[in-house]
Write a protein that binds this ligand. Structure first.
Ligand SMILES: *Cc1c(COP(=O)(O)O)cnc(C)c1O
Length: 230
């Protein structure tokens, strides 16, 4: 299968899952998780019609950016962002998915403010309560939103989650449903710099389940590019 064929297949599956859930397929964005794929392969995915690209590692993102890999679509940062890399990502990534602490949020805001821009972010939620994973606990989200609302150069655009690795995609459904409820509950709060537009969840193995549970941005890597060569 070529990258173009894979993208077409993923889209078909996304559309079917959306329609089955009574949703408009057009409201769901396909992000290509491009880690470990070179600029040429990233360009093929963009040509095939993905909506967004997402990178995990800062160095890799800078290299491919310099090669013009992402031309034509917005670039997101979807990895774990270390504090010492914030300066390299703010302003380059349109949306930072994995913000997982108040310190990181305030650092992002400080860097953005110094550059006269506003950085969009998603709050990462540790929905499985896993000790090895980062993210806010679900019950910490309201407080994190209130704190984020006080930061001058930051705008929260929604939530993201990576549920625990499960044997079968259906097993992720309780986590996705919990995220959906959290997203709905926290969308009711009105702060100036918070707009709960995006619920980012679902990867190659479970994006149709995520769509059934309200995801409007799915992050697909191997389903587009094939298995990664580590
Ligand atoms: C790699 C990655 C993905 C895509 O994973 P696949 O299983 O290859 O689709 C999605 N989200 C994040 C945060 C990732 O790091």
């Amino acid at each position: 299968m070529t990258i173009a064929e894979n993208v077409a297949l993923v889209r078909e599956n996304m559309d079917r899952a959306a329609l089955a859930a009574g949703r408009d397929p057009k409201e769901i964005l396909l992000l290509a998780a491009t880690k470990m794929n070179d600029a040429d392969r990233v360009r093929q995915a963009i040509a095939a019609g993905v909506d967004l690209c997402g990178e995990n590692r800062v160095q890799e993102m800078l290299e491919k950016q310099a090669q013009g890999a992402y031309a034509g679509v917005p670039l997101h940062f979807i990895g774990h962002l270390q504090k010492n890399k914030v300066k390299q990502v703010v302003g380059l990534a349109e949306l930072i998915h994995g913000t997982d602490s108040l310190e990181l949020l305030s650092l992002i805001s400080r860097v953005a403010q110094a550059r006269g821009l506003t950085q969009d972010v998603l709050l990462e939620v540790n929905i499985g309560g896993e000790s090895a994973k980062s993210g806010f606990a679900p019950e910490e989200v309201p407080e994190a939103l209130a704190r984020a609302a006080a930061l001058p150069a930051l705008r929260v655009r929604g939530l993201m989650a990576i549920p625990p690795v499960c044997a079968a995609p259906e097993e992720n459904r309780p986590f996705f449903l919990r995220m959906q409820q959290l997203f709905i509950d926290n969308s009711e709060k009105k702060y100036d710099n918070i707009r709960m537009d995006f619920l980012s969840m679902g990867m190659s193995g479970d994006y149709t389940e995520a769509i059934a549970c309200g995801a409007n941005l799915v992050r697909v890597g191997s389903g587009i590019f094939g298995p990664r060569q580590y």
